[in-house]
Each structure stands twice: as C-alpha cells, then as structure tokens.
Design a protein around this ligand. Sequence first.
Ligand SMILES: [Zn+2]
Length: 250
Amino acid sequence: MPKRWWRKRMMRIYHPNPSEYQLRDLDVRHFVADCVMTNAEAIVISAGGIYAFYPSQVPYHHVSEAAKDRDLLGEITSEAQAQGLKVIARVDFSKAREDVWQAHPEWFQRRTDSETVRAGVYYVTCPLGGYQNEAFAHPVMREILSTYPIAGFHVNAGGFHGFCTCPSCAQAFGEPIPSGPDADPAAWRRFLRWRGQAIGRQLRPTMTCCTRSTTASSSWPSSPALRAPSGPSRPASISPPSRTPSRRSC
Ligand SMILES: [Zn+2]
C-alpha cells in the first residue's frame, strides 16, 4: 500500500485555534492567507463536536453563533483548497451541553459519588457511550467527510481522563470499577489495563466508519495509541512544503 501523504515526510501543521467570538466576523481569505504565510502543510480548524461550525443536520449538533448565518467550515476549506493548504477538521466529543445531558444521561461519565462529571458549563461524556460513538460522533464525522474537502480529523480530548462508573463502563469492565489504587491495588491495575484496551477498541470503529464511507482515508487522532510512529523533532534544514493543491483522496 502506498504511503499516506502524512507519512511521506515531516510536516508543519498550524493550529490557529481561534476563539468562537473571533470567528464571528472572520475574513476567511485574509485568515487563510495568514495561515499560508506560516509555511504550514496543513491547518487544524474547529469543525464540530460541542459546537458545529457549519450547518449540521445531526441531532444535538448545536450550530455555533459564529456560523449561524454562514458555512464557516465550507468557506475555510474552499479557500484553503484554492490556496493549496490542507485542512484537518478538529472535532471534540469529550463534552456536551446541558440539553444533551438532559436528553441522554446515559452518554455521560459518572463517578461513584456524583451523578455527573462537569467541565465548566459542559458535561463530560463517556468514551464508551453513544455520544462518542455511533449515536453522535460517527454521524458528525461522516457528515463532515461527505461535505467538505478535509484531509483528516483531529479528535480532541479522547479517553477517560480518570475513570467512569456509568452502566456502559461497568458492564464492559465486568467488575466494580475502582476509584483509585488504595483500596485494591490489583483491581486498579486491572482497570488501568482494561481502560487502555477499551479506548483502543473504541477508536477503531470511529476511524473505519469514516474512512469506509468516503474516498478519504485519513484521520488525525490525538490519542497516543493511534498516532503515527514518532520521529525526531523537525530538523532546522527541513524544506518548506510544496504548494500542491489538496486532493479529496489522501
Ligand atoms: Zn462510562
């Protein structure tokens, strides 16, 4: 199988990560031109998850105020393609808004002493629940892949970030989930081993469901378990990337 484009050579990827309020009046042509000036091979752009930056049709995918009257992701991907820059779509399924929690509490993490796990105004979702999988994340990623010329995904903030005692996790682990190593160190070690394996199993269908549904075949997970083998840091002599147009199939 031929090497994927991201494994052919070292790359420079620029992640501008503007705040939502900065996107409301974004001059897309100027923004992309600034990104090109960094000599980046690709840019990471917020696309979906907690907020959609395009007119999504997926239930519970709340469209950002910054994209209420415009298709921001469409504008950026089109302009980036015109200027020879690849776009990696950043999605974040680790948290969701209160209305989603109210409708589907079974999608969210729990602790033994608390019904919910909060992150500011958001509720933390469970990696094994439907939200991060077939009920929400997969339709969102398919929608993005089938609509925009993106070159990959950056799946932000995956994993458990501790432990979860929701019914999905309790059933999958098969024994009471420990909250730390003190009470039963052996059970905690079994849990840590299971947790890593569970995340690996969870991410595989997330990747394949998207790549099989379109001609694109790349993903850009932030999980260390699925990163490409790490190489040395970028040498000072690296050549700037060539400005070849992005292609739908990568
Ligand atoms: Zn859980």
